[in-house]
Design a protein around this ligand. Structure first.
Ligand SMILES: Cc1cc2nc3c(=O)[nH]c(=O)nc-3n(C[C@H](O)[C@H](O)[C@H](O)COP(=O)(O)OP(=O)(O)OC[C@H]3O[C@@H](n4cnc5c(N)ncnc54)[C@H](O)[C@@H]3O)c2cc1C
Length: 389
C-alpha cells in the first residue's frame, strides 16, 4: 500500500488496471499503469450489515466460492468470473435478469487512493455515491470494494431452442422473465438458436418443476459443463457455478475476439433488434455470436442502464478489427433513434457529443472529477476522447 501510494502521489498521469478484459481502451493511460494483483487478499464479511469488503483486484472466481462457503451470495455475475471486482464494477459489467441491476448496483462502499496518494472512502449514504460507483478509473485507484450480500442460494440452467425469430420478438419480455436470468443467443437469422434459462431454487426447495418447452422451443438435453461452459443440463448447483457462462477453470477468451454491446430501453427492444437485423447479411461473416440479455434500470450517473430497464445487445466478433469497426459505425447509426448506450468496456465508434447526449448526468460526473482530481491525474486518452475529462 505504501508503494502504491507513493507511485500515485509521484506520477503525473496514472491509471489502475483490472484483469485487462475490456475491449475498449478504457483502462489505458498515457502515464503509469498500476496492477493491484500483488496486494494481499483480504475478504471481510460483515454478517450484521450483510456486506463483504474485498480487494479491488480480487476476481469473482475467487470471491464468490468463498462467500458461498460462509453462507452468502451475490445477486448476479457476468458471463466471465475471471474479471476483477474493481474492474467490473467500474464499468457496469452485468449479467442478465429483468429485475437485476449490474454488478455495480450492489457496491456499498469504495476505498480509493486520491491524487495525493491518501485513502478516501465513499459510502452509499453520500449523495455523490451514485456518481462514484461507475468511475471508469477516473477518481483514483480503488483498493477495496464493499459489496451487498444475500443468503446463499442454488440454481440450475436449462437451454431451449431453436426458436423462430418472430416468436422471440413477439414474446421477448415474457421469455426474459422465464427465469432469474435469461440469455438468448442468435446470429440475427431466422431463429434464436439457444435460450439459456438460469432458475433460482426457492429456499427450502429441492428443485423446481421444469417445463420441457419454452413457447414451443424444446428443452435441449444440455452440456454437462465443467470444462468450457458451466453446467446447462438442469443439474442443481451453487449460484457461483451457474450464473457465469464460463467456469473459472476455463480460458474463454485469449484475445482472439472483439466485443461490442449496446443497451436500449426495453420499450424499444423490438424496433432496435429489427434495425440491427437489417445488417444481417454483413453481420454473419464477422460474427461469432450475439447475446441478448435484459437488465433493470438504476440511478448510477454513468450507467448504461441509468433511468430505465434495458435490452442488452452484445456481439462477439471475429478478430477482424477494420471490418468490425466499419460495420459498428452503421449499427450504431441504426441504433441512434433508440438512444442506445455503448458498454464502456467494449468497442464503440461514438464520439464525445453523442455520449454527452446519452448520459444526462455526465456534467455532474465531470464536476465530481474536477473536485476530486483537479489536475486530471487519472484522466486517459479514452476519457478525453469520449467524456471530455
Ligand atoms: C470473454 C469476455 C466476456 C465478457 N462478458 C461480459 C459480460 O457478461 N457482461 C459485461 O457487462 N461485460 C463483459 N465483458 C467485459 C468485461 O467484463 C468488462 O470490460 C470489465 O470491466 C473487465 O474487468 P477487468 O477486471 O478486466 O478490468 P479492466 O478491463 O482491466 O479495467 C476496466 C476499468 O476498470 C478500471 N479499474 C480496474 N481496476 C481498478 C482499480 N483498482 N481502481 C480504479 N479503477 C480500476 C480501469 O481503469 C478501467 O477503467 C466480457 C469480457 C470478456 C473478455
Amino acid at each position: 500500500m505504501d508503494e502504491l501510494s507513493s507511485i500515485v502521489a509521484s506520477s503525473d498521469r496514472v491509471h489502475a488496471l483490472g484483469t485487462r478484459h475490456s475491449f475498449s481502451d478504457v483502462a489505458d493511460t498515457a502515464g503509469v499503469l498500476v496492477d493491484l494483483g500483488g496486494l494481499p487478499v483480504k475478504l471481510d464479511i460483515d454478517a450484521s450489515t450483510g456486506t463483504a469488503a474485498v480487494n479491488a483486484a480480487a476476481t469473482y472466481g475467487k470471491v464468490a466460492p468463498a462467500l458461498d462457503l460462509a453462507g452468502f451470495a451475490l445477486h448476479n455475475e457476468g458471463s466471465l468470473p475471471h474479471i476483477s471486482v474493481a474492474g467490473a464494477t467500474a464499468t457496469g459489467t452485468h449479467g442478465s435478469g429483468s429485475t437485476l441491476g449490474s454488478l455495480s448496483t450492489v457496491v456499498r462502499a469504495l476505498e480509493v487512493l486520491g491524487p495525493d496518494g491518501s485513502v478516501r472512502t465513499f459510502n452509499s449514504d453520500s449523495g455523490r455515491f451514485p456518481g462514484a460507483v461507475m468511475h471508469l478509473g477516473l477518481l483514483g485507484v480503488v483498493t477495496r470494494v464493499t459489496l451487498e450480500l444475500e443468503p446463499s442460494y442454488r440454481m440450475r440452467q436449462d437451454a431451449y431452442g431453436p426458436m423462430p425469430w418472430n416468436t422471440y420478438l413477439d414474446k421477448l419480455e415474457e421469455i426474459h422473465a422465464a427465469g432469474y436470468s435469461v440469455s438468448a443467443f442468435t446470429s440475427f437469422g431466422e431463429t434464436v438458436h439457444e435460450i439459456l434459462v438460469k432458475s433460482r431454487i426457492p429456499d427450502g426447495a429441492h428443485d423446481i418443476e421444469i417445463v420441457n418447452d419454452l413457447l414451443g422451443a424444446p428443452r435441449l438435453s444440455g452440456d454437462p459443463g465443467g470444462t468450457s461452459v458451466t453446467a446447462r443440463d438442469g443439474s442443481v448447483g451453487p449460484w457461483w457455478d451457474r450464473l457465469p457462462h464460463f467456469p473459472i477453470a476455463s480460458t474463454p477468451s485469449v484475445g482472439s475476439e472483439l466485443q461490442s454491446e449496446h443497451f436500449v430501453p426495453l420499450r424499444h427492444a423490438g424496433s432496435a433488434l429489427e434495425a440491427v437485423r437489417a445488417h444481417a447479411r454483413r453481420l454473419l461473416p464477422l460474427l461469432h455470436v450475439s447475446e441478448l440479455r435484459t437488465m433493470a434500470g438504476d440511478d448510477l450517473w454513468l450507467s448504461s442502464t441509468q433511468g430505465e430497464d434495458v435490452l442488452c445487445i452484445a456481439f462477439t466478433w471475429k478478430k477482424v478489427p477494420e471490418a468490425v469497426a466499419e460495420l459498428l459505425v452503421d449499427i450504431e447509426r441504426s441504433l441512434t433513434p433508440f438512444s442506445a448506450r455503448p458498454h464502456w468496456g467494449k468497442l464503440t465508434s461514438l464520439d464525445r457529443d453523442s455520449i454527452s447526449d446519452l448520459y444526462p448526468r455526465l456534467p455532474e460526473f465531470r464536476r465530481l472529477v474536477t473536485e476530486l482530481d483537479p489536475d486530471r491525474k487519472f484522466a486517459s486518452p479514452f476519457s478525453e476522447r469520449l467524456l471530455g475529462i
